[in-house]
Design a protein around this ligand. Sequence first.
Ligand SMILES: [Zn+2]
Length: 342
Amino acid sequence: MSWKDIIGHGSQIKFLIQAWKTNRLGQAYFFHGLDGVGKRTIAVEFGKALLCQSARGNFEACDECPSCKLVDVDNHPDLQRHFCPRDVHEFPRELMKEICDNFSLKSSRGGAKVLVIDDCDLLNEESGNIFLKSLEEPPPQSIIFLIGTSVERQLETILSRCQKLAFHGLSNAEVELVLSTKNIEGVPDLKRIASACGGSISQALMMTNPEFSKIEEFFLTEIIAPVPDPVKLIKMVVDFVENAGKDSSSQRGRARWLIQCVLAWLRTQMIVKSNGSPNPSPRFQLPGTVEMGKVLAMIEACFQAENQMQRRVQLQLVIQWWIDGLIWADTVAPFSSPVGHV
Ligand SMILES: [Zn+2]
């Protein structure tokens, strides 16, 4: 892999390379932004170039030296990648202690040391404090990349010692380009997926899964049925997210994916209703339709659910409130005028 194989984030990559070229590389960077847009890939690629034994002109890893080959198989002793274990909700202090002890050792191959820590949203006060020492007294020639979804969720003590770099969702064209390199068979509507995935490759990949399409169609059909069954729908969605495994970020990914699907469908409804044109490429032939007031209220319910997920409200509760919000959207009617209450 080289920089040109990375799609999107040109200015962030340029910024890092420029910092290296002008000898102004920071000791710690915090990459923040949506999941699945390439933050970790860029951190690792940067570390690889830094450790490469024959890096080419534009700070480019050679891909051939022993160091590059070790990074490619995630076995380079001086480039460590860590993330929160799948079965816990917070970064365990023991693991963080181990990471820091290891990082403080001398470089094994005599060059730089690179530490990449993903899931920084899950650092708690305890693991954060342990990590603080590594941030304050990093080993010589080392660089730390921390990865999280938003600045708001980080501990101020950590954040204040890092240079922050924001990563935005990829454009539709960039998502399409990435998907076209993945050899996904039998997915004719890459354009639709690219426009509905919110700029996240991990979301887009979920959408290419035929099993997920079935879930999407079933959910949409049920939610606009004349008499939807909230209990059945909540159970279905909870089962679906829990089938992602114990990893809370995978579970949230699935929930976010379904919310994005509903939002994409609601947006199509708005276009059809506002300009009267038929849906240009109907994804599913759903048996019903929804009034404009309800469409807007349903969109509001989706935004609220996304907001609650960002604030780490318990996922089951988010799902329950979201589905109730979708079903009862027209009775709540947040966009109607308050007539009848005089
Ligand atoms: Zn190399």
